[in-house]
Design a protein around this ligand. Sequence first.
Ligand code: PAF
Length: 289
Amino acid sequence: MVIINSVKELKDKVSALKRENKTVGLVPTMGALHAGHASLVSRSVEENDTTVVSVFVNPTQFNDKNDLAAYPRTIEADCALLNSIGADYVFAPSVEEVYPDPDTRTFSYPPTDTVMEGAFRPGHFNGVCQIVSKLFMFVEPDRAYFGEKDFQQIAVIKAMVADYASQNAPWAQHLDIRPCPIMREADGLALSSRNTLLAPNERAIAPNIYKALQASLAYSKTHTVEETKQHTIAAINATQGLEVQYYDIVNALTLESVTSWDDADHIQGCITVFCGATPIRLIDNINYK
Ligand code: PAF
C-alpha cells in the first residue's frame, strides 16, 4: 500500500493505472476508520482492480469549529487497517494541498440538501460537495463507495454527480455511486467515528436509538406516519441523556417528507439524536418500505 500526500502524485498514479485499463474504486473517508469503513473498502477491493481510500478531515463541511477540533484523528491505525484489507493507495493530503485557494463554489440540490441535516447544519452539504467533487476530479474513479448511515449524503452526492454529468464533466459520465449497508455494533448502535467520543454512560444508552427505530417498524403497520414519528421520538426522549433533534419519515429517493405510507414506493426514517452532556450528535436511519 502506498501513501500519497500530493494531488499531483495522486493524479499521476491514477493516469498510469487508466493507461493500463485498470478500474479504480474510491472510498472517501475522514479517517478514524472502523468496521463500517472496512466494509466499503473490502467491497471496492472486490469490485475494482485498484482501490484508493482518501483520509481527510474536510474543514469546509463542519459548521461547528468545536466539532472539527474534536473530530478523532487516527491516521496510523487507519493505514494499518487499510493495509490489512487490501487498499492500494491512501490519499492523506493536508488542508493546503486540497484547498490552495478558498473553494468558493456553491452547490444547491433542493430538497435533498435543504431538509434534515441540510436544515440543521447550514453549509454542511456544500462542504461535502466541495470535497467529494474535488476527489472525483483527482481520481476519476469508476465506482465510489459511501455508507448508508449518511443516507442523505448519498442523495446529495448522486444529485451533484448528475449535475456535473449534465454539464459534460468527463469524470461524471460513467461514475457509479455505490451505497453500502449500515454496519452496527452487536447492541444495534450504528458504527460511527463519533462513537469513540461517547463516555461509557453515553455509550450505554446510545443503542436505544436503534431499538426505538426497530420497534417503530412494527408500530408503523397499524399507525399513521405522524403517529409513528411521534411515538419514535417519545420512545427515545424517554431515555434520560438522549434528545431527538429531528425524526423525519421521507421518500427515500427525493427525501421529501411523506404524510402517508402510500406516498412513495421507498420510505426511510432519518433521525438525529443528541447523546449525553457534551452532547455527541448521532445519526441513524431505517427503511420502512
Ligand atoms: O462521510 C464522510 O465521512 C464525509 O462526509 C466524506 C464523504 C468523506 C466527505 O468528507
